[in-house]
Design a protein around this ligand. Structure first.
Ligand code: ACO
Length: 432
């Protein structure tokens, strides 16, 4: 196979190196094109641009494949749990027993949030967006750990293990604190002897004189939800983390930027939109058929939320796993959720309908994740913060790749300027 492509512009040929990934992904390397020809590669929204080489996650949207460090997501979901997958995503290998124990200890030791940081949280109005609060609290972490966040790759990498554990563990604690704050409940301290997910549920749901008692089905569902979000290649928020990190910004600052990017409804906020859609179908007494008919109009405002994906064109492997888990979790918890019935009706109808089939629109992970979160008591306005807890390992692993790359450079895309051409300054008195 040829190792060089050729691009002909104005009768001149430009050889461009071809790159092949370990799974056979192909790219044309255009880095030298501008210097040689004066042309840049234009790709609005970077939909067909590889911004980096990465060893973390392999995603094949046409065939519904998602693998972290080579391991298929269905195997990880079946055999593993969130903390182990966080280790795998960040460090590249499944931990042995000692590594797993040490990683767990580091997370436990760094679960509590400083008293002064609690005061920052209490400065927010209780009506504030949980994602805005989370991003701000994570952005404040460098102030409390300046020795881990010096904005110098060499120094920050020396303390990386501790910074990574602080980020994962405290993001989880901060989310629980936001929940308590908005409910007007006192904060609950993390317990040293509880595993990661049970500790979160303890901090969320312990009420005065009644400590939260772990429910295995709930712990399992939360583990699944978090691990299915652990990383997803170069999506909007992860690319943001890499972009901010490429300026040598520290890990916490870069993650905070990622959390801000995640807050938008086209990204992490989609699971909220799904629940709002299911609720409104329910409130209108529709079984889903009227909504399906409206969704086929092509209008962006009537879309079947939780269907379609920017990258998956066959099926989202995470949706299959979470869809199956929904049934199990709700049955085990004895919950009969009418929204799950509507979701199933919608899915069955859409999968038989030529409109959706011909456009290769299938359920994505958000189609069912909201139902699981609702079943374990997470309020809808907190859904995206749960996504952020799950995605933290992916942000951390991607930041580490940027910081460890000796050949890395600051992210600096170009543009095609389409504004006014040069003109002279007009004094105020002569302006129309
Ligand atoms: N419902 C109805 N029609 C749809 C939907 C949908 N959910 N998604 C796409 N279409 C239609 C479009 O109208 C278009 O039809 P046309 O060819 O007749 O014009 C065709 O399918 C292709 O649509 P595009 O917008 O080109 O698809 P794109 O890949 O750009 O969009 C997206 C992907 C944004 C995810 C889209 O499918 C969507 O809006 N889905 C609903 C929102 C959602 O669930 N987002 C979560 C994504 S997962 C995540 O972020 C974790």
């Amino acid at each position: 196979m040829s190792t060089t492509a050729s691009l002909k512009i104005e009768d001149k040929e430009y050889p461009l190196p071809i790159m092949i990934g370990t799974e056979g992904e192909k790219a044309v390397d255009t880095r030298a094109l501008r210097a040689a020809s004066g042309y840049i590669a234009y790709d609005q929204g970077y939909g067909n641009t590889g911004s980096c080489e990465s060893q973390i996650t392999y995603l094949d949207g046409d065939n519904g494949i998602l693998r972290h460090r080579g391991y298929p997501i269905d195997q990880l979901a079946h055999y593993s749990e969130f903390v182990e997958i966080a280790y795998l995503v960040i460090y590249g290998e499944l931990p042995n027993a000692t590594q797993r124990r040490d990683f767990g200890l580091l997370l436990r030791r760094n679960a509590a949030v400083e008293m002064q940081m609690q005061k920052i949280l209490e400065g927010f109005p209780t009506s504030a967006s949980p994602m805005a609060m989370l991003a701000a609290m994570v952005a404040a972490l460098p102030a409390y750990y300046p020795e881990l966040a010096s904005n110098n790759f060499e120094k920050d990498l020396k303390s990386f293990d501790l910074a990574a554990a602080i980020a994962i563990s405290k993001i989880r604690t901060i989310v629980a604190m936001i929940y308590r704050y908005q409910k007007g409940l006192p904060f609950v301290f993390p317990k040293y002897d509880l595993p990661f997910c049970d500790n979160f549920l303890h901090m969320m749901y312990t009420i005065p004189y009644q400590e939260y008692q772990p429910v295995p089905e709930v712990t399992k569902a939360l583990n699944l939800l978090l691990l299915l979000h652990a990383d997803h290649e170069q999506n909007c928020s992860t690319s943001t983390v890499r972009m901010v990190g490429s300026s040598q910004a520290n890990l916490f600052t870069s993650i905070s930027a990622g959390i801000s990017a995640l807050s938008g409804p086209l990204h992490g906020g989609a699971n909220v939109a799904v629940m709002q859609m299911l609720q409104s179908i329910h409130d209108e007494g529709d079984d889903g058929s009227r909504f399906i008919a409206a969704a086929k109009s092509g209008s962006k405002t009537n879309r079947l939320m939780g269907f379609g994906h920017a990258v998956y064109r066959n099926f989202d492997p995470r949706a299959k796993i979470i869809g199956d888990a929904c049934d199990t979790v709700l049955t085990r918890l004895g919950i009969d959720d009418p929204l799950l019935k509507i979701a199933k009706n919608l899915e069955q109808a859409a999968l038989k309908d030529d409109y959706f089939v011909s456009r290769r629109l299938y359920p994505n992970v958000d189609f069912y994740s909201g139902i699981i979160m609702r079943a374990i008591g997470i309020p809808m306005n907190m859904f995206t913060t749960m996504f952020a807890i799950g995605r933290a390992p992916g942000y951390i692993a991607n930041w580490k790749e940027v910081a460890s790359n000796p050949k890395g450079r600051i992210y600096r895309p170009r543009q095609i300027y389409v504004g006014p051409v040069k003109r002279d300054y007009v004094p105020m008195s002569q302006r129309p």
